[in-house]
Write a protein that binds this ligand. Structure first.
Ligand code: KIV
Length: 302
């Protein structure tokens, strides 16, 4: 069997040219990274959705850079071939090009990420350009950008009016011009992707952007049915693991309460002679110290 080689940026560009779908998934820890590796995905994104799926916040904005780096490092340990994308969290890149470069550099140096992702057009285009100039490849993200969902009027599809569609097209082109190697389109009409994707030279990875994008990304917990929170319309669940997890932990709980676990096969043995010797020792020491181990403790003052 031939070993899969690490995914490269030229390979992703070639996949777009050959109309070969690109597969991206999020991951936030070592075991999920190992699964993504085994499943053969092309890119793994340590998304700031971790704020919600892993840390229990109600939006993506509270997660800190340090928290994201811990997760990215764990994912790195589980990956060999997919390209690892570190998501710049809200507040970690907007202030200046220097801040953006510093944050992106930490993802590469400390967490071993191959590339980074940031959200929005506007000032983010300049941040993307600065990071690319510093030598770190950047993925853009337009349409529904969760870090600024409040400003967008909530978690709703974008680009459903001509004005909004023009804005998305301009942002995507500006990000491409700034040197981004790919762009995420989130929650935009499929018909918009059909028009825009062929006009962009770089791969477009869609999430809720229809089938015309060059690739797809799904959030790990959505894909596997782990997350108990709201599931967007664009998610397809490939498993219902939350139900299976509750069932399994419930069965464990019942087993412990009924003393059905651990069974003999889950326990360690001791040579009977060794056990006898140990019991003799206990008896002797108990007699010698009048109860250090087995004696009457009731009269002992503590
Ligand atoms: O943070 C994230 O998981 C993302 C994906 C939804 C693309 O940005």
């Amino acid at each position: 069997m031939s070993e899969r080689k690490p995914v490269t940026l030229p390979q992703l560009a070639e996949m777009k040219l050959n109309s070969e779908p690109i597969v991206m998934v999020t991951a936030y820890d070592y075991p999920s990274a190992e699964v993504a590796e085994a499943a053969g995905v092309d890119l793994v994104l340590v998304g700031d959705t971790a704020a919600m799926t892993v840390l229990g916040h109600s939006s993506t904005t509270p997660v800190s850079l340090d928290e994201m780096l811990v997760l990215a490092k764990a994912v790195r340990r589980g990956l060999r071939t997919p390209l690892l994308v570190g998501d710049l969290p809200f507040g970690s890149y907007e202030r200046s090009d220097e801040q953006a470069i510093e944050t992106a550099t930490r993802y590469v140096k400390e967490a071993g990420c191959d590339v980074v992702k940031l959200e929005r057009g506007g000032a983010s285009v300049e941040r993307a350009r600065a990071i690319v100039r510093a030598g770190i490849p950047v993925m853009g993200h337009v349409g529904l950008t969760p870090q600024t969902a409040t400003a967008l009027g909530g978690y709703r599809a974008q680009g459903r009016t001509a004005d909004q569609a023009v804005q998305i097209a301009e942002e995507a082109k500006a990000l491409q011009e700034a040197g981004c190697f790919a762009i995420v389109f989130e929650a935009v009409p499929a018909a918009l992707s059909e028009v825009l994707v062929p006009q962009l030279a770089i791969p477009v990875i869609g999430i809720g952007a229809g089938a015309a994008t060059d690739g797809q990304v799904l959030v790990w917990h959505d894909l596997l049915g782990i997350y108990g929170g709201h599931t967007p319309k664009f998610v397809k669940r490939y498993a219902e693991l939350r139900g299976q997890m509750i069932e399994a932990v419930g069965a464990y709980t019942a087993d412990v309460r009924h003393r059905a676990f651990p069974a003999p096969e889950h326990t360690y043995s001791i040579d009977p002679e060794e056990l006898e010797a140990f019991k003799r020792y206990l008896e002797q020491s108990s007699r010698a110290s009048e109860g250090a181990f087995g004696g009457d403790w009731s009269a002992t003052e503590i």
